[in-house]
Design a protein around this ligand. Structure first.
Ligand SMILES: Cc1cc2nc3c(=O)[nH]c(=O)nc-3n(C[C@H](O)[C@H](O)[C@H](O)COP(=O)(O)OP(=O)(O)OC[C@H]3O[C@@H](n4cnc5c(N)ncnc54)[C@H](O)[C@@H]3O)c2cc1C
Length: 436
């Protein structure tokens, strides 16, 4: 969704191209299956159609039927839900939302809708995987989330030259130019309340910063549990809701070239439903996981020395629970993932590793204060989950707002940027006394 970045800079009367270089990458993603089948998701439509006809003869027209269907969902949810402030379930009961109800296809699962459109098991698995973009299961999340694959196919897959961190750098530069003071290494230990109003934050070093409004970017579940005094009931309520999945990450520097890799790669499992049952029903890592491998050096050669590659390896994992002790199991799970990649074509990966770091769900939880290590806040594994996310405006506490992946509209970089815009609009509307 490059327009989200473009629009953000535009609002600040800047041109994003002076700060960032966005480029489309071909293919958006390369998919592989255990039976040796490979599929390139080309952005160029003629190539994509050819690729579909190669792997799933006769199904290109199903892609167009699916895109027409998912475009209807996008048009129904974009204006009313995705692109504007959302204050909770009451906001869903507008005449427009109710009119659009049938179009958003919330009463069947992503998988049911995908199966209704495609016959090929390969295409079904590709389109089901988009539910994981917000950390959910395609077998349980509402078909409304087919909007994600629509956005990727219609708007393309984009890369920020230099890597995702360039976006953080660019936003920092822009914020500073606009007079924003950014403090880092300043951990907030309390959101200070007076008469049920947020009036500042207390830092780890004891300093108190006074504020007329507090916008918390930390996961709301964590904030209610640890940062806002007297909020045990709300913390319990959020803990009782299902979290999105976490991740098991291996960062590798290898002294070998794997020309079979694209920038984004998926190595699928043989039994997709079993994988989601393990993660969401049993709370354990999948024995045959789908593995995502990003090799940013393919788009940015300076990301690895000549003859080497930098590989970011990610597997969906359950959020923290008593069934998994990651400190004991991380090494064995790492070996399982590396062996699977070797079996699926990355020969001698184990021997090629020169540098390695592993992040388990525990590391994600600690590093980002993300409840249970969930990557995308709450899961969207039922038709009402999107409306159950903590709203932008904290309930029962004046002058406190949430922003980011844990609140509205959800996780992932574009949605997090839209969340920032929505909360800014919310605050401006309150300051000037009009309804957004
Ligand atoms: C392994 C992984 C892979 C991902 N892949 C993708 C992807 O491919 N595409 C995509 O769009 N999204 C992806 N995401 C999700 C994306 O990174 C998140 O949705 C997004 O970063 C959330 O933004 P945020 O601002 O809400 O939270 P964060 O990025 O977590 O920012 C919150 C910040 O608050 C800080 N903080 C927390 N507590 C405190 C405190 N008490 N005091 C001060 N500071 C505090 C944290 O240190 C952090 O810097 C991925 C996430 C992970 C972990």
């Amino acid at each position: 969704m490059p327009w989200v970045i473009e629009e953000l800079f535009h609002f600040a009367e800047r041109d994003y191209r002076d700060y960032l270089t966005l480029e489309q990458i071909e293919p958006t993603c390369r998919y592989r299956w255990p039976d040796g089948t490979q599929f390139n998701a080309w952005q160029q439509l003629p190539q994509l159609v050819q690729e579909i006809e190669r792997v799933a003869p006769g199904e290109a027209e199903n892609l167009f039927r699916f895109l027409a269907y998912s475009a209807r969902i996008y048009n129904a949810v974009a204006g009313t839900f995705l692109l504007r402030p959302f204050g909770g379930i009451a906001d869903a009961l507008t005449p427009q939302m109710l009119r659009n109800g049938p179009r958003i296809d919330a009463l069947r699962s992503v998988d049911a809708a995908v199966r209704a459109h495609f016959r090929s098991p390969y295409l079904r698995q590709i389109f089901n995987r988009y539910a994981t973009y917000n950390g959910s299961s395609p077998y349980r999340s509402p078909a409304t989330f087919n909007v994600i694959s629509y956005i990727e196919v219609a708007e393309g897959g984009w890369y920020i030259h230099g890597g995702m961190y360039q976006l953080a750098e660019a936003l920092q530069r822009l914020a500073k130019e606009l007079g924003v003071c950014i403090r880092t290494q300043a951990e907030v230990v309390e959101i200070v309340l007076r008469d049920k109003r947020a009036c500042g934050v207390r830092l780890r070093d004891g300093q108190e910063l006074i504020a007329t409004r507090v916008v918390a970017n930390v996961d709301p579940g964590f904030a209610y549990q640890y940062l806002i005094p007297g909020q045990n009931a709300m913390a319990r309520r959020l803990r009782s809701l299902e979290a999105s999945c976490s991740g098991f990450i291996i960062l590798l520097g290898v002294d070998k070239q794997y020309p079979q890799l694209a920038h984004h790669n998926i190595f699928f499992s043989a039994d997709y439903p079993a994988e989601f049952r393990a993660i969401f029903d049993k709370g354990v890592p999948a024995v045959d996981p789908t593995i995502y491998v990003a090799a940013s050096c393919i788009s940015d050669p300076q990301h690895a020395p000549t003859g080497h590659m930098n590989l970011f390896v990610l597997v969906n994992a359950p959020t923290l629970n008593k069934r998994v002790d990651w400190r004991r199991e991380a090494k064995a799970y790492r070996d399982l993932v590396v062996h699977k990649l070797e079996r699926m074509g990355l020969e001698h990966l184990h021997q090629a590793v020169q540098f390695e770091a592993i992040w388990t769900p525990e590391d994600i939880a600690q590093r980002y204060n993300a409840a249970g290590g969930a990557i995308y806040g709450l899961a969207s594994n039922n038709p009402f989950a999107a409306f159950m996310r903590p709203p932008l405006r904290a309930s029962g506490i004046e002058q406190l707002y949430f922003v980011g992946g844990g609140t509205h509209p959800g996780g992932g970089i574009p949605l997090v940027l839209l969340s920032g815009k929505a909360v800014a609009e919310q605050i401006i509307s309150e300051m000037h006394g009009y309804k957004v």
